[in-house]
Design a protein around this ligand. Structure first.
Ligand code: FAD
Ligand code: NDP
Length: 426
């Protein structure tokens, strides 16, 4: 025997929180909706974990960053869910799902049934063991995906004041954590296989701008190599990191950010998968019409580019969640999802935004020895992507608007001359 709900959200991360708020806006009745999450706290704004949460002074702590404060909307505290009659089943892992029978089985043996299921299981951090390196369980090796991980980073940081940290990975986690570690007066060396940081998005010129600043803060970059093993002392602490190029780095702590894998395993063989995620249509509906997928786990059609994409960013988690709920609650009023990909990051005093697609030829603009830098991406004669560091709200809005229009670009030299002015005047 178990409980039955009209709507079940599986996962209690960013997308779940935004979906819950949208359900209440669309008139869900008390007792109809539940959220099942392995985490022990209600949905929160995950981006805070690598930024405000790691500050040495006045760090962000719950309940201040429960969703949906990141989009300047209501903050959904446990009390809010109670007042709205939304059941929170926390600290509970779902171990199997039967989409034909419309049931979920939790790790404690409860069967929960639904009429409509929203999959919001997000992703898990890739482990070093998946690359043939053991030692992830050492007490001073940290990953960063959830609150428990963030607490661990804080504890380990506090036990290695003025010590040496090795950051493995030059992506989002690597860049943001390296900055936070420096702010905590820890010496940082970053190790990654590419020729520059954020290789999937940044051009060499953009990367060099940020790397120069990191260098000035004492961060050392070891590029073009990967970790091969750890030196571990008798009490189980890593003391050094061995690299494939034969060198060794002393380490009082290690932070690993080497990418993620979407949590799709409960649905393999039951739903259609694509791009490593669960394939959905423009209504966020999977290959089973009673099941929707949102956030990091969903591979959805990006109309603007005529392609299916799976995005790992908070804005798409928020918006896919809202769209799925609108499609469920007001099907006749809801169009196909039409999304402009949007990514951002903040580290030290920097703050950048990116819109669209980083495909094709790149035109840089701005002052690469100053505070405002930018770039446009031109593919098949159209502007398809844009990047800006240090912009104003109005400038970012102009960039987003222009990128969505995909204007034809006949003269790249002229675009370069106009720089940000092009977006502002379109
Ligand atoms: P998640 O937020 O990961 O939530 C998934 C939830 O599902 C979790 O609660 C998990 O416990 C639960 N779950 C999974 N499987 C099960 C199961 N079997 N049973 C029960 N529960 C389950 N993006 C940006 O755009 N900008 C940023 O600055 C930024 N910063 C970030 C910083 C960090 C440290 C991290 C980790 C991510 C950051 N991101 C950022 C990415 C962004 O947070 C994600 O894109 C977003 O959280 C995805 O939301 P989601 O709801 O799909 O998944
Ligand atoms: P990313 O995919 O951003 O970066 C992973 C990095 O690790 C890449 O540089 C990758 O190189 C490198 N790498 C892969 N394997 C190894 C290895 N064996 N040794 C060393 N480096 C390796 O993932 P992150 O872990 O940084 O971030 C995890 C998730 O969190 C992502 O979904 C990200 O979007 C999200 N996040 C987003 C933020 C934001 O949007 N501001 C902030 C923080 C997290 P290669 O490219 O060659 O594989």
């Amino acid at each position: 025997m178990g409980r039955a709900f009209v709507y079940v959200i599986l996962g209690g991360g960013v997308a779940a929180g935004y979906a819950a708020l949208e359900f209440t806006k669309k008139g869900v009745s008390p007792g109809e909706l539940c959220i099942i999450s392995e985490e022990t706290v209600p949905p929160y704004e995950r981006p805070a974990l690598s930024k405000g949460y790691l500050l040495p002074e006045a760090p962000a702590r719950l309940p201040s960053f429960h969703t949906c404060v990141g989009a300047n909307e209501e903050r959904l505290t446990p009390k809010w869910y109670k007042e709205h009659g939304i059941e929170l089943i926390l600290g509970t892992r779902v171990k199997s799902v039967d989409v034909r029978r419309k049931t979920l089985l939790t790790a404690v043996g409860e069967t929960i049934s639904y009429k409509i299921l929203i999959i919001a299981t997000g992703a898990r951090a890739l482990k070093l063991e998946e690359f043939g390196v053991s030692g992830s369980d050492a007490e001073n090796v940290c990953y960063l995906r959830d609150l428990a991980d963030a607490n661990r980073v804080v504890d380990v940081m506090q036990s290695c004041a003025s010590g040496n940290a090795v950051v493995i990975g030059g992506g989002y986690i690597g860049m943001e954590c390296a900055a936070s570690l420096v702010t905590n007066r820890i010496n940082v060396t970053m190790v990654f296989p590419e020729v520059h940081c954020m290789a999937r998005l940044f051009t060499p010129k953009i990367a060099s701008y940020y790397e120069g600043y990191y260098n000035s803060k004492g961060v050392r970059f070891v590029k073009g190599t990967v970790l091969s093993s750890f030196e571990i002392d008798p009490i189980g602490k890593v003391t050094a990191v061995n690299l494939r190029d034969g060198s060794q780095l002393p380490a009082d702590m290690v932070v690993v950010g080497i990418g993620i894998r979407p949590n799709t395993s409960l649905f393999e063989g039951q739903l259609t998968l694509e791009k490593g995620g669960i394939k959905v249509n423009g209504r966020m509906q999977t290959s089973n019409t009673s099941v929707y997928a949102v956030g990091d786990v969903a591979a959805f059609p990006v109309k603007l580019f005529g392609e299916t994409r799976r995005l790992e960013h908070v804005d798409s988690a928020r918006k896919t969640a809202k769209h799925a709920v609108a499609a469920i609650m007001e099907p006749e009023k809801t169009d196909e999802f039409d999304y402009l990909p949007f990514f951002y990051s903040r580290f030290f005093t920097f703050s950048w935004q990116f819109y669209g697609d980083n495909a094709g030829e790149v035109v840089h603009f701005g002052d690469y020895s100053g505070n405002t830098i930018g770039a446009y991406w031109i593919s098949k004669g159209h502007l398809v992507g844009s990047f800006l560091e240090g912009g104003t709200k109005e400038e970012y809005e102009a960039l987003a608007k222009t990128t969505r229009l995909k204007p034809a670009i006949d003269d790249i030299t002229e675009l370069e001359r106009q720089g940000l002015g092009f977006a502002v005047t379109v």
